[in-house]
Ligand binder design. Sequence first.
Ligand code: AMP
Length: 138
Amino acid sequence: MAQSIFSRIIQGEIPCHRVYQDEHVLAFLDIHPVSYGHTLVVTKEPAPTMHELSSRAAAGLGAALPRICRAVLGATGAEAYNLVQNNGTLAGQEVNHVHVHIIPRYADRPVGLGVRWEPIEVDGQELEELGRRIARLC
Ligand code: AMP
């Protein structure tokens, strides 16, 4: 399978505005930011989606995130942010390589990300069965 653009950035073939790197992740500014400071945290392991990522790479990603979030907040002055992580085309994923978007939010700067929660209809029995089914697979 062809390498993702993020693998090519990790290997230094394509430039980026790098902000952090360690054994497990590379973080850099998104080239088409939806807000000032929009940063991508990319796993060095080239898994396409979160459920395909190894536990070790996931632990590395989790360990790096708070540090990079703090740096983004410190550098931008933002007090709020969303973490967005898309998996699969239907979910809006364009680059098939695990990454987390850090999207700072501002009262006085434009942010091109809407967040709207609209609960779907579901009955209690269905939730009960679904909870048990997922729990069995965890
Ligand atoms: P997603 O839709 O979650 O897969 O997001 C992919 C993100 O990668 C988009 O926000 C793009 O703007 C960003 N992106 C794609 N190519 C590059 C690049 N060469 N440098 C920085 N960001 C990129």
